[in-house]
Structures are given as C-alpha cells and as structure tokens.
Design a binder for this molecule. Structure first.
Ligand code: ARG
Length: 460
C-alpha cells in the first residue's frame, strides 16, 4: 500500500506524481536534518515541561530521535521524496520507531515555524564556521604583509602608476575589508539568532507553551516577537547572503589583482604551483585558476542574493511555499564561501613576492611627481602652481625618456628656481613612502603599527 500523505484526510485523490516531485524538497533540505532534530528535541522537552505531553512520550521521542540521528550519521537513513521534506521524513521515521509518542511531537508546532527554526540554526552554525575561516584569511594576509613593510611597489589609480606604496600597505587594505566583513557577519548573527518556534502555522498556538524555554535550550538570544513575521520573513537569510556577496566581492577584487600581478608583464608575484594549472596545448602556461574561479563564483553568490530578494518581494503574509526556494541559494552561498575562504588562506600563504619587479615598476610612471609638487608647496608655491611646474617637468623627462630623478639640477630649475639639491631626497621611492607617516598611510613605520593593531584585533 502506498504511504498516505500527512494531510490525506482532507483530499479525495492522491497528489499527482509530477506535483509530488515538483513540491518535494527532501532532495536538498535533508541538509537541515541535524538542526531539525535539535529543534525537535528542544520542542519535545518544552512540551513535557509544560505537561502538554507526558514524560514517557518525551523519553520515547528522545530515544527515537537519537536512533534517527545515528542512522543519518551512518548514512543508513533513507530519504523519500514521497514524504516531501526533511521534516516529514524524520517525523515518519520517528513514528515508525516509537509509535504514538512520535505522532505527538508535532503538537503546538507547524512545519512553518519548524523550518524557519531549522534554517536559523543552520545559518548560525555556518556563520560561526565562516568567522573562523575569515580569521584564517586575515591571519595569512598579516603574515605576508609583515614580510613586506619595506617592499615598494607602485600604487595605482585608474590602473596607472600613481604613487609609491608598500606591498604590505596594499595587502592591509584587504585586511580592513575582511575585518568589516567579519563585523557584518557578527551583526547579522544577532538577527539570525531568534526563535520562531511557538509561532506555529502563523498565529501562535492554543497550548500553554513556553517559547523562552525553547529559546534557551537552543541557545537563541530571544524569541521572534510576532508570529506572522516569525514564519514568513527570510530577511536574515537575505542579509547573510548580502554579507557573503560582499566577502566574495572583496576576494574577487583581490583575485583580479593576483591574476594581473602574476602576468609576466607585471611579474610582481608567483602563486604556488598547487593553486595553478597548466594548459593541455601550450606547454609554457601556468594559469591562476583559483583566483579566476573565485572571481567567477562571486557572480554566483551575487546571483543568490538577487534570487532571495526576488523570492521575498511579492509575498503576502504569512508563510508561502515560495520560501522553500530559499534553501538551495542559501546552502550554495555557504558552501561556496566555506570553500573559497579555506582555499584562499592557503593560497595567500603560497604567494611569493618579487620586490625587484615591484620596485622597477614603481620607478616607471613618475610615481614621485606628487612628492616634487609637495616639495615646492613646502617652499611656499601654491599647490596648483606647483602641480603645473611638475607636470611640465614630467613632460620634459618623458621626452628625454628618463625619470625625474635622472634630470640634473639645472634642468629641474627650469621649472622653478626654488628647486635645490635636496629635491633628490623626495624624488626617491624610499623618501616618498617614508614621508607619508601618519595613521592610515603607507610609510613602513605606520604599516608595521597597523599590522600590530590588526594582530590584536583578530586575536580578541
Ligand atoms: N519544506 C517546506 C519549506 O521549506 C517546509 C514548510 C512547509 N509548510 C507548509 N505549510 N507546506 O518551506
């Protein structure tokens, strides 16, 4: 005999096969199984504490759930699309194992508040895992940066040589981005960590439940205040995905730079072979596949964000089946992020910088032109006039095919008689970076201090 649907009493014919497959989520939401069991344990414990079910029922439920948990861990649990979703699969098995007690578990609960609880538990645990992985990437950045506080490279704007900076300073920019990302995740966690259970289908339940007790058992900070909101909104998942999209976006920018820097025309870095692949036709190739894929997967996570926003935008209160579609984008976002952060920390550790190539690049493109203008300003020339004088000097040097520092004093004095021998100090790369010596700037001293502060911030 075919299994009866859980609501079969109301229906005069069975659900069509195609519809069953279309509406089932067991194929993917079984990822929530452990959180579903965790939620059910707490719910049952509360039901017993409030005398809604008996102690005997509670211990039967606990025994059954423990066995189901073992079956899932051992890979013996059979997921059936016939049973629609993770919740009904587990409930059915529980009833098979412990009889009527299993049928009492769903008292005062609906799959609507159940699934919202499961997703929140899942996401909370994902956020905690991601927080550690983010820190690892930050730690790897710090390790690399501390080797390069004196390594000079060109800083770019518009991808044109702008001013000299240190490689460590450049790396620390990404540290800052990831620090904000970590803060954002923690802030999002506060809104994830609230309990929907007790909202039941939408209006609450007529049983004398104690929601605060369930919240405490599950480690939630508090309960959702409105039952309609509790079962229907997925803003916490959208917010998480937005945080994830920003993390990916930051790593995508970094990846783009790694790819450029690895190109022999830059030659600034080398990425360890284990993160690269060769070409099946061109023997000379070493391709930066990992950063390229990170850049590519950013599109996928951004897509998930848009999917979730779109999923929510037209829904009337309260729960609608649309929400079942929140899971795959959310799971994929978490998995993409976990993999990306794990691989990234390791990849950064395998980056080898080439300070000579960086320095050579900084020597080209008149990176110290601003320093020369500042030099004139300090001698009393208004900044706009100094800018103009140096622009003419750059044009002159360009025609001669040399750097500003290669021009003789007499040549430089054509552009301002205030220029003296000491100008050569500011025209050197070292002089330029050393002079930018305040909080947030690129001097080796400041960057070393920034690295030290950063280390404390991630060890807290
Ligand atoms: N599988 C459903 C989901 O993911 C569970 C809730 C179903 N609720 C309902 N009333 N059909 O959203």
């Amino acid at each position: 005999m075919q299994d009866k649907d859980s609501w079969s009493g109301r229906f005069s014919e069975p659900v069509a096969e195609l519809v069953k497959r279309y509406t089932a989520s067991a194929g993917f939401d079984h990822k929530l199984a452990m959180f579903d069991i965790q939620g059910s344990r707490a719910h049952a414990q509360m039901l017993a504490a409030c005398d809604i079910i008996s102690r005997q029922d509670l211990s039967e439920i606990q025994r059954g759930l423990a066995q189901i948990e073992n079956e899932i861990i051992a890979g013996n649990f059979v997921w059936s699309l016939e049973l629609e979703d993770v919740h009904l699969n587990i409930e059915k098995r529980l009833t098979a194992l412990v009889g009527d007690a299993g049928k009492r578990l769903h008292t005062g609960r609906s799959r609507n508040d159940q699934v919202a609880t499961d997703v929140r538990l899942y996401l909370r645990s994902a956020i905690d895992e991601l927080a550690v992985l983010l820190k690892n990437v930050q730690g790897a950045l710090l390790d690399l940066a501390s080797l390069h506080t004196n390594t000079i490279m060109p800083g770019f704007t518009h991808l044109q040589v702008a001013q000299p900076i240190t490689f460590a300073h450049h790396l620390m920019a990404y540290f800052e981005m990831l620090k904000r990302d970590a803060d954002r995740l923690q802030d999002c966690r506060k809104r994830v960590n609230r309990l929907p259970l007790g909202a039941a289908a939408l209006a609450g339940t007529s049983y004398p439940v104690k929601r605060e007790y369930v919240a405490e058992l599950l480690g939630f900070d508090s309960v959702c205040e409105n039952s309609l909101d509790a079962v229907s909104d997925r803003d916490f998942a959208i917010e998480f995905t937005a945080c994830a999209a920003l993390i990916m976006t930051h790593l995508s920018r970094f990846s783009e730079e790694l790819i450029l820097w690895m190109n022999p025309r830059f030659g600034f870095i080398d990425i360890a072979d284990r993160f690269c692949t060769g070409s099946s036709i061109m023997p000379q190739k070493k391709n930066p596949d990992v950063p390229e894929l990170v850049r590519g997967k950013t599109g996928r996570v951004n897509g998930h964000l848009v999917a979730l926003l779109t999923l929510m935008k037209g829904q009337p209160l309260a729960y609608n089946k649309d929400n079942q579609e929140d899971k795959e984008p959310l799971f994929d976002t978490v998995e993409t992020l976990v993999q990306t952060l794990s691989i990234y920390a390791d990849m950064i550790t395998g980056i080898k910088a080439n300070p000579e190539a960086m320095r050579n690049a900084a020597m080209q493109g008149y990176a110290t032109a601003t320093d020369m203008a500042d030099y004139l300003v300090k001698k009393g020339v208004p900044f706009r006039d100094a800018h103009e004088a140096v622009a003419l000097a750059v044009r002159f040097a360009e025609q001669r095919g040399c750097d500003l520092s290669d021009l003789g004093l007499a040549e430089l004095r054509q552009f301002s008689l205030l220029i003296e021998e000491d100008v050569y100090q500011v025209l050197t790369l070292e002089g330029s970076i050393a002079s930018r010596n305040h909080t947030g700037a690129t001097s080796p001293q400041q960057v070393a201090a920034a690295i030290a502060r950063a280390r404390t911030s991630i060890s807290e």
